[in-house]
Design a protein around this ligand. Structure first.
Ligand SMILES: [Zn+2]
Ligand SMILES: [Zn+2]
Length: 104
């Protein structure tokens, strides 16, 4: 269980919604947290799964943890794993969802 910067953020990244399992499908969900990359993103509700990465918490203003995206790919490369082809070891899996691309 990841500790977030404040209670509001914790509530926002773990939305309790009975209707939608996927936060990208839920109009009330605002923030997506990627456990594998340690990234926070504002969900773009355009029917897809894109989000805009944020560096600061919109509620408490604290700087969010540094993205582990580069480290994640470096570590996979070091082990000779191709994330597009090979099955990922458990520690690289984001428990909830398969990988997706962040659109710029
Ligand atoms: Zn919902
Ligand atoms: Zn916060």
């Amino acid at each position: 269980m990841t500790t977030h910067c404040c209670e509001t953020m914790t509530n926002r990244v773990n939305p309790r919604c009975d209707e939608h399992d996927d936060p990208f499908a839920c109009p009330d969900a605002l923030v997506d947290f990627s456990a594998r990359f340690q990234e926070y993103g504002l969900i773009v509700h355009d029917g897809g799964t894109s989000s805009i990465t944020i560096d600061f918490c919109p509620w408490c203003g604290r700087r969010l943890p540094e993205s582990q995206r580069d480290r994640w790919f470096e570590e996979l490369e070091r082990r000779g794993i191709d994330p597009g082809e090979d099955e990922l070891p458990a520690e690289f899996q984001n428990a909830r969802r398969p990988a997706r691309l962040h659109q710029k």
